[in-house]
Design a protein around this ligand. Structure first.
Ligand code: MF3
Ligand code: CO
Ligand code: CO
Length: 277
């Protein structure tokens, strides 16, 4: 059963059309529940992200908490991916695969979770600081979070997707950081990766006009160095080509009548470090 309308948008550069869903109250309720579980998992991970823990141990915690919270990890079995989250350390941009790697003092790590609850996908990620982190890395993390929030501030009816992209790009490039082009945010809901593509660089007033009921993620990846990335042999792990540090935050949001609702906001004020418990 479909309980949404759609609007058709045409990509200005490719000319391809895609249809963007406009969800109603049921969608908002579904995303609220899924987003709340994603936020809860990211909140509860805080005390576990310490020197000596392996990324597999973190994945085990994510799996357990997802199931206990009444969800299923969307990444498990997704296109051959076999883990419950992504753990992207230092120069890893995104899609780092949990494994034997131990976190060490000074690392920065992104943990990205996507629980499915009653068919709805709550997609969110945060950066965590492991022990004592350099000022340079902390600054990158702070600016990346601010970039996400500036993007979210531009997410309201009447604005265009390009206004979000532009807000992110201008802040990041103002700090002389590189904004990753190869990965983007996406429509989200009962589908994990849906239209539209939410790119993190762009010009104001371009792209589809935002309408109440649109659900999508914003998930800027920002590098201290150049934007270029490459994917490793494992087919997933994306790293900066210049090996510079990279950071990312992600929220799932829904456009409302007068702005947007963040479905994945922390329940404990732990949206960005420092996470003083
Ligand atoms: N959660 C990621 C996103 O933000 C997608 C991860 S897909 C995986 O879209 F297979 F790499 F886990
Ligand atoms: Co996402
Ligand atoms: Co994600």
């Amino acid at each position: 059963m479909t309980d949404y309308q759609t609007v058709t948008s045409t990509d200005a550069t490719t000319g391809r059309t895609s249809s963007i869903k406009l969800h109603g109250p049921d969608g908002f309720a579904g995303m609220r529940a899924a987003g709340r579980l994603a936020a809860h998992i990211l909140d509860e991970l805080v005390p576990h992200v310490v020197p000596g823990v392996t990324t597999q141990e973190l994945d085990d915690i994510v799996y357990r908490m997802t199931i206990d919270g009444g969800g299923v990890p969307a990444t498990l079995g997704y296109r051959g991916y076999t883990k419950s989250c992504c753990t992207s350390i230092n120069h890893v941009v995104c899609h780092g695969i949990p494994g034997d790697r131990m976190l060490k003092d000074g690392d920065i790590v992104n943990i990205d979770v996507t629980p499915i609850v009653d068919g709805w996908h709550g997609d969110s990620s945060r950066m965590y600081l492991v022990g004592d982190v350099s000022v340079k890395a902390r600054r990158l993390v702070d600016v990346t979070y601010e970039a996400l929030m500036r993007g979210i501030a531009a997410a309201r009816p009447g604005n265009h997707l390009g206004d979000i992209s532009h807000a992110i790009q201008s802040l990041a490039e103002g700090h002389r950081y590189g904004v990753v082009r190869d990965f983007c945010g996406h429509g989200v809901g009962q589908t994990f990766h849906d239209a539209p593509e939410v790119v993190h660089v762009g010009r104001p007033g371009t792209g589809p006009e935002l309408r109440p009921g649109m659900f999508f993620t914003i998930e800027p990846m920002i590098n201290i160095g150049k934007p270029a990335v490459k994917v490793l042999e494992d087919g997933w792990t994306a790293v900066t080509r210049d090996r510079s540090l990279s950071a990312q935050f992600e929220h799932s949001i829904g456009i409302t009548e007068d702005g947007c609702e963040i479905f994945t906001k922390s329940l404990k004020g732990l949206d960005a470090p420092p996470y003083s418990l």
